[in-house]
Design a protein around this ligand. Sequence first.
Ligand SMILES: Cc1cc2nc3c(=O)[nH]c(=O)nc-3n(C[C@H](O)[C@H](O)[C@H](O)COP(=O)(O)OP(=O)(O)OC[C@H]3O[C@@H](n4cnc5c(N)ncnc54)[C@H](O)[C@@H]3O)c2cc1C
Length: 356
Amino acid sequence: MTNILIIGAGVVGISTAYELSKIKKNNIYIIEKNKNIGLENSSKNSEVIHSGVYYKRNSLKNKLCIEGKKLIYKFCKKYKIKHKKIGKIFVAQNKDEENYLKKIKSNAIFNKVRDVKILNKKDVRRIEPNLICSKGLFSPSSGIFDSSKFIKTLYQLCIKNRVKFIFNVKNVKFKKKKNKFEININNLNIDFIINCAGMNSISIAKKTFPNSFFPKDNFVKGVYFKTKQKLGLNKIIYKSMIPGIVKERIDITPTIDGNYIFGPNVQISKKINKKKLKIVFFNEIIKYLPNLKFNEIYYYKVGYRPKIFNSIKNKNEDFYIKKMPKYNWINLFGIESPGLTSCLSIAKFVKKLVKT
Ligand SMILES: Cc1cc2nc3c(=O)[nH]c(=O)nc-3n(C[C@H](O)[C@H](O)[C@H](O)COP(=O)(O)OP(=O)(O)OC[C@H]3O[C@@H](n4cnc5c(N)ncnc54)[C@H](O)[C@@H]3O)c2cc1C
């Protein structure tokens, strides 16, 4: 038997556990610092199944998002998890933004997402009569889903496949023993470790391998507001953007239970002033959705994008999924959006690294 330990029971850790548990000779453990699964970023996101139109060409994000999207839709159908392939409209309100739409389109086509379509004002109005824009770009394969049911289903499948979950794990330490690891929890001897600890992944790797070089953390908060107002919107609405560059903008996403969430923003200041932020969000949204009422929106939640720096100035916008050269240890860093969409394909990618 091969003893494999996964650190972190977020959506990526659980997907990886499930994928590896399909191989009979694997004995899988997951350790989690919280008392339950998916309590960190895996439950603090937009629950959007991204289509993969605007990620950098040839990036891991792009490849795994497109593969992951197909796997998630298939999984949701198979296990009867609520999901809706409602599509996403990117909206432009001036010539610059209209040019960005063209860039997104050519990026999408390069990435083999060929179903995208530029819409003129009338086309957009026909689909979303309440939106104000000069042009739009429609990406029909984006969707929304019940990610909480999705994670629970993965958990149940793991249990069925005899994955052992150990919760409330604090201060775990890993002792290297030749090519294996000894950990201070249940005296486990482990053949392979997969570090899916989200925001703690880099610090865990650094502690275990103090002489190795790792990227640096660069967490970026994202705040959401929510409304129960009937906005009459059917699609996910994003502002037009330059592909590969995440900038401040407020998106609107219908939720699977019939409400809407706004955000996430790019929250630079440490303290969140909800009153001020509500005004900022409102003013931004009414530019393209004027029927929104100020009193109908309220603060909802905050998530942390686990962004990374390769060096002091060099931002890395891609997923980092690599095996340590001499050890049976895989690190997953920078698993920000589209990490939820990509979780099932990330798991398959990790499975290949375990084998090689
Ligand atoms: C604001 C925001 C919006 C997003 N929207 C979307 C979206 O719409 N669509 C999409 O595809 N993606 C989205 N994402 C990305 C997605 O949420 C993440 O990529 C995904 O949840 C990452 O999952 P994870 O398992 O790697 O991380 P996490 O969910 O953070 O899980 C890591 C787990 O490791 C555990 N852990 C940490 N340290 C230790 C330790 N020392 N010992 C044991 N356990 C430990 C944590 O408790 C946690 O449970 C969004 C992200 C953010 C921040």
